[in-house]
Design a protein. Structure first.
Length: 291
């Protein structure tokens, strides 16, 4: 098992997404506060949800986190986090580093993702097709799926170019400003898309109008171009396009992106040269999966 596979397993505690194809978008998204809804749901176990939030706040590249850092990421009181990390350590899901008192993910987290990872044979099918496109475009070609309000990389292929992007398997990018995330939003069900939009609006009311405009543009791009785009939206110096698909077999919707530094991978190149190859690649992958 590779280091990147281990990193991916640690990220898979979050739930998977529902499938759908309706691209309709409501004229106005109504904000509904989520905490009261959870309190009314007698099946929702808050302590369990908080424990999973602690585990999933560890990101690719994190060596260790202290209770204060975890509390900030999870937006929980430090005293609550201290109890959670103590419990998770006793269960083997976290390991406390004696010298610093900080925590890193324990080996028990592997069991949370191993069964999911084993079923992601779509990665093996996609990898040679992704590498071919990466070599042609001198870009990074990535396969990902939703992790709450982010897209989680489950496979990456890079060209030999020294200037390609450097995100690794297990990294996350925003679902609303990335081409990959917008492709996911274009293919998922209207219900799930609206739920994601409501949550994003709750978290950042000030930025919401611009974010919503980007989502609307992404849905239109998917209808007219067959892909979604992010030209400087995710990062000012990064361009990317993406196509989403449903792999079937009860797996979540996934998306494949082709992205790179803006000075090297131009908008025109992505739309005119990479786009038809990316769309064809996804069609081949769907055929291999029996879709």
């Amino acid at each position: 098992m590779t280091t990147t596979d281990t990193a991916l397993m640690a990220q898979t505690a979050a739930g998977t997404a529902a499938a759908g194809s309706d691209l309709a978008l409501p004229a106005k998204t109504v904000v509904r506060r989520r905490e009261p809804k959870r309190k009314e749901d007698r099946h929702f176990v808050t302590a369990l949800a908080r424990g999973l939030e602690v585990l999933s706040c560890f990101r690719s590249g994190d060596r260790a986190l202290g209770n204060q850092e975890i509390a900030q990421r999870c937006k929980l009181p430090k005293s609550t986090v201290s109890r959670l990390t103590s419990t998770l350590t006793k269960l083997g899901y976290l390991i406390q580093i004696e010298e610093s008192g900080k925590y890193r993910l324990g080996t028990a987290t592997l069991s949370l993702g191993s069964s999911v990872l084993a079923r992601l044979d779509v990665r093996q099918l996609a990898r040679p097709l992704m590498q071919e496109l990466a070599d042609y475009s001198r870009a990074m070609v990535s396969l990902g799926t939703r992790d709450r309000l982010s897209m989680l990389y489950v496979e990456n292929c890079r060209s030999s170019s020294a200037l390609t992007l450097s995100q690794d398997v297990g990294s996350r990018i925003p679902i609303t400003t990335s081409a990959m995330g917008r492709a996911y939003l274009a293919v998922t069900s209207e219900r799930e898309r609206n739920d994601i939009m409501e949550r994003v609006q709750e978290y950042d009311e000030q930025a919401w109008p611009a974010i919503r405009d980007g989502i609307v543009k992404g849905l239109e791009d998917y209808r007219t171009l067959g892909c979604t785009c992010s030209f400087g939206d995710l990062q000012p110096d990064v361009n990317g396009i993406a196509v989403a698909f449903n792999p079937g077999g009860s797996l979540p919707i996934m998306a494949i992106s082709c992205a790179g530094p803006a000075f090297q991978i131009s908008r025109d190149f992505l739309l005119n040269e990479a786009r038809p190859r990316l769309i064809e690649m996804v069609h081949k992958l769907e055929s291999s999966l029996g879709r």
